[in-house]
Design a protein around this ligand. Structure first.
Ligand SMILES: Cc1cc2nc3c(=O)[nH]c(=O)nc-3n(C[C@H](O)[C@H](O)[C@H](O)COP(=O)(O)OP(=O)(O)OC[C@H]3O[C@@H](n4cnc5c(N)ncnc54)[C@H](O)[C@@H]3O)c2cc1C
Length: 391
């Protein structure tokens, strides 16, 4: 394990820092709907124009072809610069694109990957169903091969941003006789295909209707949109989940680390709960901030350690469950400490501290989406600690 950056990596960091200083948008990011989509896609286009559209993506599709360590440095510097995250383009750039890059055929790669990197398209993920979330292999949305098409019927739920999306990465059951992981197919669906109905779901996040239930009524999708082979979608989906839990957790780890530092600054500036001393002079708050900082450092170390052992490939599945879990827990606890530092300002739905309020309500999803905390613990127990299966 080597935690020192090389001279070349330091130079890379300087280059990233300079570019972000000059190019990070300072306009407020809209939190919903088409304005949010447009903001996130415009930032992706800016990054692409600067050569940062896909730092670790293959060069042949417009990516930077850089190492995972350089990708981590990129995430660190983005967090430090308070640059926008991928936001609503997370599915598009973090896992739909990378899945097609490693599992798609040449036609799929050359059609989809440049559009993704150039910020021209928006994807959503249609994996979960009512009754098939943690138990993804229990999914029932069906696909029947009819000539050179697959005809889809069923429903997906919690599909983030389906109402804004151009394409969907979808997992369906194409062999009705099959059990569990067999008989599934990973498919690209054009969201304008007739027979798709999208119903947004309200949540407690202020102003946000990000999540949808999607219904498929005899939706005809060309067989050419199958990624991998018909009935072999489970292994493709595992690639998707590895990307989702790996690179998403890496970006989130850097963001939550920066949030801890931002909160420490606020605690130094603001009057604490007793109305007299600064928030940081309250022992309980100081103790929690110190713990958050130590946990953030541990989280980053786990990430560096995983990356330093896996420089040639994606971040390992089982280990990413560990970082994903710690990251989700830290996000919750930092937002809770923010409550005590910001006091009544945590009730703001607009104003200087609205982002803290929104994160407090929204970030609960990080213990559910992409695999719940219990499921991550199961993976850690079974695959890292070698304990018996829980079910
Ligand atoms: C805000 C949000 C956005 C999402 N976005 C998307 C998206 O874009 N696309 C998509 O496909 N999905 C998305 N999801 C769905 C997400 O992946 C599922 O919610 C998640 O996998 C959990 O599935 P479930 O909701 O069906 O809960 P269930 O699987 O029914 O779980 C219910 C409870 O039982 C526990 N549990 C289940 N199985 C076990 C077990 N074996 N051991 C111990 N405990 C267990 C869970 O931890 C949980 O506490 C999103 C979810 C949320 C909340």
């Amino acid at each position: 394990m080597e935690f020192q950056y090389t001279a070349a990596e330091q130079q890379f960091r300087d280059k990233v820092r300079t570019w972000l200083t000059e190019n990070t948008p300072r306009d407020k990011r809209p939190v919903d709907g088409m304005p949010m989509r447009e903001f996130d896609m415009a930032w992706q286009r800016t990054k692409y124009a600067g050569g940062w559209g896909g730092v670790a993506w293959p060069k042949e599709y417009g990516g930077g072809g850089l190492s995972l360590i350089e990708q981590i440095i990129w995430f660190e510097e983005c967090a430090r610069a308070h640059a926008p995250t991928l936001g609503s383009l997370n599915v598009t750039v973090s896992h739909a694109g990378p899945t097609i890059a490693v599992r798609g055929n040449d036609e799929q790669k050359s059609f989809h990957l440049p559009k993704i990197l150039k910020g021209e398209v928006f994807w959503c993920q249609g994996f979960s169903e009512p009754g098939a979330g943690s138990d993804l292999a229990g999914l029932r949305t069906s696909g029947v091969v009819d000539g050179d098409h697959i005809v889809i019927n069923g429903t997906k739920i919690w599909t983030s941003h389906a109402h804004l999306a151009d394409y969907q990465e979808t997992l369906i059951r194409t062999d009705p006789e099959s059990k569990r992981h067999r008989g599934l197919t990973w498919l690209i669906i054009d969201m304008k295909t007739p027979g798709i109905e999208i119903h947004p779901i309200d949540t407690m996040s202020p102003g946000a209707r990000h999540y949808c239930q999607v219904f498929y009524n005899n939706v005809r999708v060309p067989l050419a949109n199958v990624v991998g082979k018909v009935n072999d979608g489970w292994s493709v989906a595992m690639s998707t989940l590895t990307f989702e839990r790996g690179s998403t957790a890496a970006a989130q780890a850097m963001d939550v680390s920066q949030a801890v530092e931002d909160l420490i600054v606020l605690a130094r500036e603001r009057t604490g709960p007793d109305g007299r001393r600064k928030a940081i002079q309250h022992d309980d708050i100081a103790m929690r901030l110190a713990t958050h900082r130590a946990e953030a450092a541990a989280l980053r170390s786990m990430l560096y350690e995983t990356v330093s052992r896996n420089t040639e490939g994606p971040m390992a599945g089982a280990e990413s469950a560990l970082t994903f879990l710690l990251c989700g827990e830290l996000m919750q606890s930092v937002r809770e400490t923010a409550h005590d530092v910001l006091g009544a300002n945590m009730l703001e739905v607009s104003g200087e501290f609205e982002d803290w309020t929104r994160h407090f309500l929204h970030d609960r999803i990080y213990m559910i989406a992409g695999g719940t905390a219990e499921v991550r613990r199961n993976i850690i127990a079974e695959r890292l600690l070698g304990l018996p299966r829980s079910y």
